[in-house]
Design a protein around this ligand. Structure first.
Ligand code: UD1
Ligand code: CA
Length: 466
C-alpha cells in the first residue's frame, strides 16, 4: 500500500501571518490541498496530514479532503522539526508499505512527477529515496551531499552547512519515499544536535546510509515543482507559476486568453471552448463558463454558472446563474441568488439581487432589481427601482410577462404587476396592476405663464406666451 504523510504542522514564521502557512492560498486554494491532491492522484491510498500550529483551523479546512489527521504536539516540552512531525504518524503505516513524505508548502509538485518518483523507488528496491533538484540559487534548502561513488550520503540543512556544503547546488525537495520498516527504524535514532535544535527528517538519510542501506535520489526535470513557500515573496512567485499552469490548460482546451499573465483563473473554474477572455478577468471559486463567450475588461465572476454565447463587459457576477445569449454590462452587478434567462440584456449601472429575469427581458440602464421575479420580454426603464426594504424587512415583487415599466418608476414591494401591465414613467407603484392596465401615479402637470420673467430671470422680450 502507498501511504502519504503530508507535513503541515509548522507555523510559517516567515509569512508573518495569523493564518497557518499551509492555509495560505494560491489560485484560490490552500497550499496543502494541492499537495494532498497530487499525492492522491499519484496513487496514494491513505493520506495522513500532520497538523500542529493552529491545528483547529487546518483540521477544519481538511474536513472534506478524505485524509487522516494526526496532531503534532507543539510546546516547549517536546522537540520540533520535520522528523518529529513524521513520528506522529507511526501508527498509520505498516513495515511493507511505501511511505511518501511530502511538505505541505510545495504546491507545484505534480502527480506525474510523484508517480515517476514512486516507480523509480520501487523499481530500484531502495530503502529510501529523495526527490532532489539542481538549483542555480540553492539558498535556504537542505543540500544533498553525495559520496565518492555519487550515491547519497546525507542531507545538510543550510544552517548546519559548511561553506563547501553550501556551494552544492543539488537540494532536497522535502519529498521522500521510504520503505515503512526503514523509516520506522531510523526515526528512533534522530537527535536534536543541530543548529536549530530540531528533529530533522533529513537525518534519516544519514542514519540509513551509515547502516549501509540502499538510498536513491530522483532529480526533478522541472525544478520549479519543488519550490517551497516560506515567505510572501515566494507565495507570489508560486502563484504566478500556478496561474500560468492553469491558464495553459485552458488554452490547450480551446479557450483564448489575450494575456494569460494578467488573467486570474482559479483552479476549479471550467471554461468552454472558443470563449475569449480579455486581460483583467478574475474567475473564482466553482465558476463554470460555457462556449463562445466574450469576457471584456475587469469582469469578475465568483461561484457562478454562465451559459453559452454570453457577453460580459466589465461586470461582477456573484453566486448566480446566467443562461445563454445574455449580454451584461458594461458595469453591471449581479448579486447572489439571481437567475438571468436566455437573451436578457442588462446594461450600464444595473444591479440585480436575488431576482430572476425571464427570457428576452431588458434593463438597459441605471436600475435596481432586488428580491423579484420578472417575467419574459419585460422592459425595465432607466432609473427603475424595485423598492424592497422598509428598514426592517425585505419584500418581494412580481412582474408578469411583456410588462412595460416606464423610466424612473418605483415598484414598492410587496407588489405585483400582471402580464402586459404598463407603468407610466415616474410612477410610484404600491398597489397591484392587473393584466394589460396602465398605471400612472404622479402629480398632474401644471404650467404657469411668465414664471421666469416674474422672477427677473428673463429681461428683454423672448417670452413666447406674452
Ligand atoms: C525543509 C527541509 C529541507 C528542504 C526544504 C524543502 C528539513 C529539516 N528540512 O526545510 O531540507 O530543502 O524543506 O522545502 O526537513 N513541519 C511540521 N512540523 C514541524 C516542522 C515543520 O509539520 O515540526 C512542516 C511545515 O508545516 C512545512 C514542512 O514541514 O510544511 C517543512 O517545514 P519548513 O520549516 O518549511 O522546512 P524548511 O526549512 O523549508
Ligand atoms: Ca519550507
Amino acid at each position: 500500500m502507498i501511504v502519504s504523510i503530508v507535513l503541515a504542522a509548522g507555523e510559517g514564521t516567515r509569512m508573518k501571518s495569523s493564518t497557518p502557512k499551509v492555509l495560505h492560498k494560491i489560485a484560490g486554494k490552500p497550499l496543502v490541498e494541492y499537495v494532498i491532491r497530487s499525492a492522491k492522484d499519484a496513487g496514494s491510498e491513505k493520506t495522513v496530514v500532520i497538523v500542529g500550529h493552529k491545528s483547529d483551523l487546518v483540521s477544519k479546512e481538511l474536513e472534506n479532503q478524505d485524509v487522516v489527521v494526526r496532531q503534532q504536539p507543539i510546546s516547549e516540552d517536546v522537540p520540533y522539526g520535520t522528523g518529529f512531525a513524521v513520528m506522529q504518524a507511526l501508527d498509520c503505516f505498516k513495515d511493507d508499505d511505501v511511505v511518501v513524505v511530502l511538505t505541505g508548502d510545495t504546491p507545484l509538485i505534480t502527480s506525474c512527477t510523484l508517480e515517476d518518483f514512486i516507480q523509480f523507488f520501487k523499481k530500484n528496491d531502495y530503502e529510501a529515496c529523495v526527490l532532489t533538484a539542481n538549483l542555480k540559487d540553492p539558498t535556504g534548502y537542505g543540500r544533498i551531499i553525495r559520496k565518492e561513488n555519487s550515491s547519497i550520503g546525507k542531507i545538510v540543512e543550510e544552517k548546519d552547512a559548511s561553506d563547501k556544503e553550501k556551494a552544492v547546488q543539488e537540494v532536497n525537495s522535502g519529498i521522500f519515499a521510504f520503505k515503512g520498516s526503514a523509516l520506522r527504524h531510523a526515526l528512533k535514532y534522530l537527535e536534536t544536535d543541530n543548529a536549530q535544535g530540531e528533529l530533522y527528517l533529513t537525518d534519516v538519510i544519514k542514519i540509513l546510509n551509515e547502516e549501509g542501506h540502499r538510498i536513491g535520489a530522483y532529480i526533478l526535470k522541472d525544478a520549479n515543482e519543488m519550490l517551497g513557500i516560506n515567505s510572501r515573496i515566494q507565495l507570489a512567485h508560486v502563484e504566478k507559476l500556478m496561474r500560468r499552469r492553469i491558464n495553459d490548460r485552458h488554452m490547450m482546451n480551446g479557450v483564448s486568453l489575450l494575456d494569460p499573465e494578467i488573467t486570474i483563473i482559479e483552479d476549479d473554474v471550467e471554461i468552454g471552448n472558443d470563449t475569449v477572455i480579455y486581460p483583467g478577468a478574475i474567475l473564482s471559486g466553482k465558476t463554470k463558463i460555457g462556449k463562445n463567450c466574450l469576457l471584456y475588461g475587469n469582469t469578475r465572476i465568483k461561484d457562478s454558472v454562465i451559459g453559452d454565447d454570453v457577453v460580459l463587459d466589465n461586470v461582477l457576477v456573484e453566486e448566480s446563474r446566467i443562461h445563454n445569449h445574455v449580454k451584461l454590462g458594461p458595469y453591471a452587478h449581479i448579486r447572489p441568488n439571481s437567475e438571468i434567462h436566455d437573451h436578457v440584456k442588462i446594461g450600464n449601472f444595473v444591479e440585480v439581487k436575488n431576482a430572476s429575469l425571464g427570457e428576452g427581458t431588458k434593463a438597459g440602464h441605471l436600475a435596481y432589481i432586488g428580491d423579484a421575479e420578472v417575467g419574459k420580454e419585460v422592459n425595465i426603464g432607466c432609473g427603475t427601482i424595485f423598492v424592497n426594504y422598509n428598514g426592517l424587512e425585505k419584500f418581494h415583487t412580481e412582474v408578469g410577462d411583456h410588462a412595460f415599466i416606464g423610466s424612473n418608476s418605483n415598484l414598492v414591494a410587496p407588489v405585483e404587476i400582471e402580464d402586459y401591465g404598463y407603468i407610466a414613467a415616474g410612477s410610484t407603484i404600491t398597489k397591484k396592476v392587473e393584466e394589460g392596465q396602465l398605471s400612472i401615479e404622479r402629480g398632474k402637470q401644471k404650467n404657469i405663464d411668465n414664471w421666469s420673467k416674474r422672477l427677473g430671470l428673463m429681461k428683454d422680450g423672448g417670452c413666447q406666451n406674452e
